[in-house]
Design a binder for this molecule. Structure first.
Ligand code: ACO
Length: 320
């Protein structure tokens, strides 16, 4: 049975970089506090013209080029995002139109920061059942309009961006396994308070709400458990993992999770320092960074794990 193998990765980041010094001008914070508590030094913030689908287009074109493919070679687009340009058409269809291809299925999944792992898992299933052979899988977000730029406890955390991978059918894995979870009992710890069915007229003046300490605690527990479970399921030891690519929300969450797994620091890919928390884009952006700087090599084994609002969480084992 074929399974999905990543043959190209790509990033799309807004031009504007906001440093911690820029944040100091907005709210009562300091570079030292942000670095010590989160590990973040800068984040990219989209302009009015840059949208989730425009950032996704850049990431997609870079991933296609790395895979040696043209947009017309694709037979499906699966996109994870919490911040589509508009409610409909869905963001993957807008991306499809930007890429100048029509006719193939294109759809969007929303599982907050875990959206990319959900999208990767679903795309891999389409390949395994023989319904697709070349799928573009994207995680993209423009979170900045949802951020309260007067709330120092959240505004320093988030950034905009997109990451993409091309998943191609291959007899050798590839995506070895994925595990997905969700538990809505935690819905009030991290949420956006407006939508079609709730506070609809107030969508544009609502902002992300978060109980940071509680999110932190559950995140470390869930990321650790999902990672350990997928390793046990597959009979793979921690020492077999070449690179650990966790969701990039906070460097302290990453290190606390790695300690639970006994994962050495030199095998962790970290990009939260440069990108902040880009939600669905965080794992594919970190992956692309480490592929392009030569750390991640063909044949290596990756453990990815993510956590987001809901809560949603999950893990993936991927052979490059
Ligand atoms: N600058 C300076 N001081 C600050 C800032 C800031 N930007 N933000 C908060 N503080 C202050 C608080 O007001 C508080 O002051 P007080 O003691 O006088 O009341 C003090 O710092 C400590 O605040 P805490 O909230 O306890 O700080 P903590 O160490 O928990 O760090 C943080 C806060 C960074 C938000 C942390 O809880 C965290 O990272 N939580 C997880 C958040 C997260 O990752 N969310 C998303 C995950 S899921 C997803 O990606 C969608």
């Amino acid at each position: 049975m074929p399974c999905g193998r990543i043959t190209g990765t790509g990033s799309g980041l807004p031009e504007r970089v906001m440093t911690n010094a820029d944040m100091e001008k907005l709210v009562d914070t300091s570079d030292q506090w942000i670095r010590e508590r989160t590990g973040i030094t800068q984040r990219h913030i989209a302009s009015d013209e840059e949208t989730t689908s425009s950032l996704a287009e850049t990431a997609a074109r870079n991933a296609l080029s790395a895979a040696g493919l043209e947009p017309g070679d694709l037979d499906m687009i699966v996109m994870g995002t919490t911040t589509p340009d508009q409610l409909f058409p869905n963001a993957a269809v807008l991306l499809q139109s930007r890429l100048g291809i029509g006719g193939i299925p294109a759809f969007t999944l929303e599982a907050a920061c875990t959206s990319f792992l959900y999208a990767l898992s679903v795309a891999d299933k389409f390949i395994r059942c023989g319904e697709a052979r070349r799928i573009l899988v994207v995680g993209a977000e423009k979170l900045s309009p949802l951020v309260d730029w007067t709330d120092r406890s959240t505004c320093v955390l988030f950034g905009d961006g997109a990451g993409a991978v091309v998943l191609e059918a291959d007899d050798e894995p590839g995506v070895i396994a994925t595990r997905l979870h969700a538990d809505g009992q935690y819905r009030d710890l991290l949420y956006f308070p407006a939508g079609v069915g709730r506070n609809f007229p107030r969508v544009s003046d609502s902002r992300i709400q978060m109980k940071g300490n509680e999110v932190f605690r559950v995140a470390v527990k869930s990321l650790g458990e999902a990672s350990r479970a997928i390793l046990e399921d597959q009979g793979i030891g921690r020492d077999d993992i070449d690179w650990f690519i966790p969701h990039q929300a906070n460097v302290r969450i990453i290190h606390a999770t790695a300690r639970k797994l006994d994962m050495p620091a030199e095998r962790i890919v970290i990009s939260v320092d440069q990108h902040g928390n880009t939600s669905a884009a965080s794992i594919p952006l970190a992956l692309d960074l480490a592929v392009r700087d030569g750390r991640i090599q063909r044949g290596q084994l990756l453990l990815m794990t993510s956590f987001g609002a809901g809560f949603t969480w999950g893990a993936a084992l991927v052979r490059m």
